[in-house]
Design a protein around this ligand. Structure first.
Ligand SMILES: [Zn+2]
Length: 252
């Protein structure tokens, strides 16, 4: 995402090419051709959605699903493996959308079109406060871990980093979302910020090259208290936690 912002903002599009049939089905050739000459005014991220706001009000909307990344380089460089689309700029540079599973989508929204992505605030947004998180959790009776994966509550927090954040905040994954006290909510908000800072640039692919504190460590000692990490499944997703420093009941 930072790549996209740094490389696309202010540049003028020369050509957008769709290399994968699934992408070609979504945008008509005329709509694609009409992107030529458009300037990228700003780049916005909301969860896995990336919005290139063009100076004339149109929006080039890219949605990474399971994975997806941008590769920046010279326009005439060989295409990387799994290249699905290219955005060439008039200064000879190019961004390539790389997506091994080809599940990402791209659309062009007309100027002034209403964009309802059904998303909550972005987890990486500094303006997202502990108070806002607390208010969102206070009306949820389900467990905290699946709540954090709900993109309507907060966008951009994947399964791995939700588990990491709860470990860091010392909150059990099955705690009822509405049972968290103010101190816990503040701890959770700063834990999410810390985990995402560490994972900058990789959270959309749940990159496993980053040293994790709790995720995928079932049976291994907790990095804080040496208790064996446990694994459970919640809403179909694996969760890892330390049964000692992440109590699952209030005040335990
Ligand atoms: Zn522990």
């Amino acid at each position: 995402m930072t790549v996209l912002r740094r490389r696309a903002k202010g540049r003028t599009i020369e050509q957008v090419r769709l290399l994968h049939p699934a992408l070609r089905r979504r945008i008509r050739p005329a709509t694609l051709r009409a992107l030529r000459g458009a300037q990228v005014a700003r780049v916005e991220r909301r969860g896995k959605h990336q919005l290139l706001h063009l100076a004339d009000g149109r929006v080039l909307h890219v949605h990474f699903r399971m994975n997806g990344d941008w590769v920046y380089g010279k326009r005439d460089a060989p295409l990387p493996r799994f290249a699905r689309a290219t955005i060439a700029f008039d200064d000879g540079t190019r961004l390539v959308l790389v997506d091994s599973r080809a599940l990402g989508t791209m659309e062009v929204h007309a100027a002034g079109a209403e964009l309802d992505l059904g998303l909550g605030p972005d987890a990486a947004d500094r303006g997202w406060t502990a108070a806002a998180l607390g208010a969102a959790l206070a009306i949820r009776r389900g467990p905290i871990k699946p709540a954090l994966l709900d993109q309507k509550l907060v966008a951009g927090l994947g399964n791995i980093y939700a588990a990491e954040s709860l470990w860091r905040a010392r909150i059990g994954p099955t705690r009822r979302a509405d049972s968290l006290g103010d101190t816990e909510v503040r701890a959770l908000r700063s834990a999410i910020a810390a985990v995402l800072r560490r994972a900058t640039g990789s959270r959309y692919t749940d990159d496993d090259t980053i040293a994790l504190d709790v995720y995928d460590r079932a049976g291994l000692p907790c990095r804080r208290c040496r208790t064996a990490i446990e694994r459970i499944v919640q809403a179909g997703r694996s969760t890892y936690f330390c049964p000692k420093c992440q109590p699952n009941s209030v005040g335990a």
